[in-house]
Design a protein around this ligand. Structure first.
Ligand code: KIV
Length: 275
């Protein structure tokens, strides 16, 4: 293997070593230029199925397809070079049984070149996770609020607030960890539950709306960049890109209408003979 083809990306071992150490940094990415900007700052880039909502304008992640995940996964791989790239398995691509999960995970890994896949792992998914890991596919679990289950839950609601729900989330965490997940996303749970799970499982946990008690954090990039009017309580906005894009578009429109754009600096002219 030539030096150029050797990977310099973060590996599953690097991620595992972060347990209880410096918190892991993960952001979502869906296209090559954004991935290139985020890559130096992140341990993991997640091609999340949230792309259905934040890129394609779908009402939930339920309508996301394998083809969408693969197309965006390929773009993020092209744009990044050091972060581990994890691609979400979309709703309906892994729940039937371990064989279905394996064939679709293999397709995602072969067609994108990503290092791992993520599945929203209810306790039932332990069989799928173990099957994939035994066959060489690193799996990130995703427990607590599982957006693909929105129609069972009746909306995006925080989890683990009753004793029954708390037990269910703990069971999901144990199932994913025991089955060999290298990392677990915990979404939308109270701090004490996130702390209990993070202390119990040996793999790193990455929180979204799950407090600082996790071993790392993830946000949807469009949310933290301020592209939407509304964001959940747990999002901190690090920029106001919606206002910046709005102002830029308004200025461009005014310049075009007033014939201020394009100007001479943006206009080609004839080359002088012999130049
Ligand atoms: O799809 C996604 O962006 C995710 C994050 C919310 C973790 O799964």
């Amino acid at each position: 293997m030539s030096k150029q083809t050797q990977t310099t990306r973060k590996t599953v071992k690097d991620i595992a070593a972060a347990k209880g150490a410096t918190p892991l940094v993960m952001l979502t990415a869906y296209d090559a230029p954004t991935a290139a900007i985020l890559d130096p700052h992140c341990d993991i880039l997640l091609v999340g199925d949230s792309l259905g909502m934040v890129v394609h304008g779908l009402p939930s992640t339920v309508g996301v397809t394998m083809e969408m995940m693969i197309l965006h996964g390929q773009a993020v791989m092209r744009g990044s070079q050091s972060a581990m790239v994890v691609v979400d398995m979309p709703f309906g691509s892994y729940e039937t049984n371990a064989d279905q999960a394996f064939l679709n995970a293999v397709r995602i890994m072969k067609e994108t070149g990503c290092q791992a896949i993520k599945i929203e792992s209810g306790a039932y998914a332990a069989g799928q996770i173990a099957h994939l890991v035994e066959r060489g596919i690193p799996v990130m679990g995703h427990i607590g609020l599982r957006p693909q289950a929105i129609h069972v839950d009746g909306g995006f609601r925080a989890k683990g607030r009753t004793d029954g729900e708390r037990d269910r989330v703990i069971a999901e965490a144990r199932a994913a960890a025991d089955a060999g997940a290298f990392c677990i996303v915990i979404e939308g749970v109270a701090e004490d539950l996130a702390a209990e799970i993070s202390a119990e499982v040996s793999c790193p946990t990455i929180g979204i709306g799950a407090s600082a008690a996790c071993d790392g954090q993830v946000l949807v990039t469009q949310d933290m960049l301020g592209l939407f009017d509304w964001t959940p309580k747990f999002v901190r906005r690090y920029a106001d890109l919606r206002a910046a894009i709005d102002a830029a578009a308004a200025e461009y429109a005014a310049d075009v209408r007033a014939r201020r754009f394009p100007g001479t600096a943006e206009t080609y002219s004839l080359r002088k003979q012999g130049a």
